[in-house]
Design a protein around this ligand. Structure first.
Ligand code: FES
Length: 193
């Protein structure tokens, strides 16, 4: 048997919940746009970097502005040109700065003026001689030659030879494919230690 009192309370509560659910709430008002205020505050508190736009990220870049700020070592001023790279190979010597050295190719019976940006091998090939070579990178002994006058380091500059040790160089051995003249000397081609 249903208790009429309990039933009445239940119906009343249900109706009350339904009415409350559909009642309009207080009107919604959007929050004020504070973007400009935040940006202005950041502009006042975060120091400007010296990067030109668009890399200047002092505003809106978070911690990045601190990480990249300041003047990095070697950084170029605006309009400043990067310094020319240092010459790393005698082959890079410009033609207007080239020096020529007389090299006597003993076995070929000729003395040739060899530029100091030209290898002994190239100079011999320019003469039409069939000189031996393989890698042309200083990594074998195929192009070996011998400076008759003494320590090879006084007469040639090697650019990247990886085969001859100090003693062999001191005894006059060279790799003609990567050897550039520094003075006048006599060379025996096809000679290896
Ligand atoms: S050709 Fe290989 S070192 Fe000269």
């Amino acid at each position: 048997m249903v208790d009429p009192l309990a039933l009445g309370i239940a119906v009343t509560l249900t109706l009350a919940v339904a009415v409350l659910h559909f009642l309009p709430g207080p009107p919604w008002t959007p929050r004020e746009d504070v973007t400009d205020e935040v940006l202005e505050r950041r502009a006042r508190t975060v120091s400007e970097t010296e990067f030109p736009a668009p890399m200047n990220r002092a505003i809106g870049a978070g911690g990045g502005a601190v990480a990249v700020g300041g003047e990095a070592e070697g950084e170029l001023e605006e309009g400043e040109e990067a310094p020319a790279e240092e010459t790393t190979s005698p082959a890079d010597i410009p033609d207007d700065e080239v020096e020529n050295f007389d090299v006597e190719y003993v076995k070929e019976g000729e003395t040739v003026a060899v530029a100091n940006n030209e290898t002994l091998l190239e100079a011999g090939e320019d003469e039409g001689w069939d000189l031996p070579y393989a890698c042309r990178e200083g990594q074998c002994l195929s192009c070996g030659g011998h400076v008759v006058d003494g320590d090879a380091r006084e007469y040639v500059e090697h650019d990247g030879q990886e085969m001859l040790d100090d003693e062999e160089l001191a005894n006059g051995y060279v790799l003609t494919c990567v050897a550039y003249p520094r003075g006048e000397f006599s060379l025996e081609t096809s000679e290896t230690p």
